[in-house]
Design a protein around this ligand. Sequence first.
Ligand code: AMP
Ligand code: ZN
Length: 472
Amino acid sequence: MIIYNSASHTKEEFIPNRPGHVEMYTCGPTVYHFAHIGNLRTYIFEDILEKYLNYTGLEVHRVMNITDVGHLTSDGDTGEDKMLKGAKREHKTVLQIAKYYTDAFFSDCEKLNIKKPEVIQPATGCVNDMIKVIEKLLDSGYAYIAGGNVYFDTSKLDDYYVFNNFEADDLQEGVRDSVGVDKNKKNKTDFVLWFTKSKFEDQELKWESPWGLGYPGWHIECSTISMKYNGEKLDIHCGGIDNQFPHHTNEIAQSESYLGHKWCNYWMHVLHLNTSEGKMSKSKGEFLTVSTLENKGYNPLAYRMFILQSHYRKTQEFSYDNLDNAQAAYDKLVSRIAAIKDEGGYDEKAATALEMEFDDALGNDLNTSLGLTTIYDVLKFDTNGHTKLELIKKFDSVLSLGLIEEAEKSKHKETDESGKSEEDKEIDNLVLERAEARKNKNWAEADRIRDELKAKGIEIIDTKDGAKWKRV
Ligand code: AMP
Ligand code: ZN
């Protein structure tokens, strides 16, 4: 597989450290609010990356943090802890809102067919590990204590800016803001590893540490959680483009100083999803969520299709017109698949040609829109229905648009004038036959029909008004 590595600014062949195995880390959500559909663009991309690596025969061990402490509103060292801000907004405790929005995040992921990573680790569960990493950074001279806080000393590094070439006075806001604000810093790019109460008196969650009661910075969280679960050598690290600086830049600084060797080989960043008004942001309060789309009648999987229509390294613009088009394309695709008859033997030659096309698309820096084109090419291809369905199933194990499942559902929905599908009418008849058997005390026949329906996933409920049934 070829991927664009943000650290080398080039496309490279992907070669994992350990043959056949990939260690992958993806920055998780800051759970002070719902994930917006922009955040979810990043998670959809990461999901497809993991699934495509699996598709090529690699085993993937993916780790994700849940940020429930330490992420300040600036992304740097200034502003309020976002979790505290969320808790105040809702008059709840930090842990209450962390639980609520973590559950909401995974429920959104499920609706979008985003698989859960192998390891999910809330930051608050790993603070002692972070303290150990900070202690070693202090011992080895990469960190210093000033004004009660512990800072990373960026002057100790030869190359701090890995992703971008910032000029000293062309820094992003988070860092620029902190200049002058934080007199404890030796260099303007230094960043906090451990905050003490000297900085934020009203922080809700605090831990004992060798440097006093306090809490960890956001960057040390990801380094520590990755090194704990992925080990000392990471193959791929992903996140949204805004994470490049300062977050990922600082992660590299800490992890490599701690380990004494190169840490992560491939960095992948997803460009933003914007609306016509610009960047979508949780802190602005008004943003689009999966529920917003559902309430307007969209299928979340049509949103996933919309995301796949564009390359992850291009900024994508969201509009309802674009989503309408994606929903219409999705429905049409599903109904075309529903119309395929599963007949014929597996056509190896056709399969090989189409599999090559799919590999050329996804294997080239995850070109999902060409991957979608392959699905349409399967439909057009001169081969039998069985082969087509098998290939769609296979490619959709990566794209995860639920195409086969939605096509099955749509078959149940196809109704005649009586409002019932052929299949539903058949079930009605069997239920009537069972009632007849029971009336005649033919218990064996009644049980046989109940079992036959059960095998089809139908449960009979006997009520005083007669037997009813439902799909289970
Ligand atoms: P957060 O919950 O704010 O920590 O962000 C979660 C993930 O979403 C991070 O990887 C961000 O880089 C990413 N992200 C934030 N905004 C957007 C956006 N508008 N489009 C795509 N990804 C985003
Ligand atoms: Zn992170």
